[in-house]
Write a new protein. Structure first.
Length: 182
């Protein structure tokens, strides 16, 4: 049984509308599993690291801090380490990794080193701000999985567009607006 031009036109519009509605939710879901989450200005007090029991006043380099979203479970051990780590003091001056602080990106644990900058900031009860990116619980840790998930929404949109264009073409052909292929 052949479809009438009206039925084809209705199906084309329905496919186009459903595609437009679903593509947004598919894309949002895909972004959620393929993008890491950014944390900006997570605060910790450097004052906790002042070594008060030492003869020489300084920073207790063994005092450990842990970021709020430290990698745990499957994310720990290098599967999904912290990235884009930047530490600054209250005034926005960046600390230097491995000079002012050391961080283990696999565990999220860091400690400050005894430098003139960190000690001066600790003495002023400075709040240290940490920026980093971490993997959410639903993050796809395999690169081929993220690539495949990113391709799904694009292919879905193309398929619905081609179905709609095909149906519109068929309606135009049935109505004699365009000729057939020879």
């Amino acid at each position: 049984m052949a479809l009438s031009s009206t039925n084809k036109l209705i199906m084309a519009f329905v496919a186009l509308i459903i595609g437009a509605v679903l593509i947004n939710s598919i894309s949002s879901t895909t972004i959620g599993v393929t993008e890491t989450i950014s944390i900006v200005d997570e605060a910790d007090s450097l004052a906790n690291a002042i070594d008060k029991n030492s003869q020489a006043i300084g920073i207790n380099t063994s005092y450990n801090y842990t970021v709020t979203n430290a990698p745990t479970g499957w994310k720990g051990g290098g599967e999904c380490s912290l990235t884009s780590i930047v530490m600054t003091n209250n005034s926005g001056t960046a600390y230097t990794a491995n000079t002012d602080y050391i961080i283990d990106a696999n565990s999220g644990i860091f400690h400050f080193l005894n430098t003139s900058q960190t000690y001066a900031d600790a003495g002023s009860n400075n709040i240290t701000k940490i920026d980093y990116r971490y993997c959410g619980d639903d993050y796809l840790n395999s690169s081929w999985g993220r690539t495949g998930a990113n391709l799904v929404s694009g292919f879905f949109a193309m398929a619905l567009l081609l179905i709609s264009v095909g149906l519109f073409f068929s309606v135009a052909k049935d109505c004699g607006l365009i000729g057939g292929f020879s």
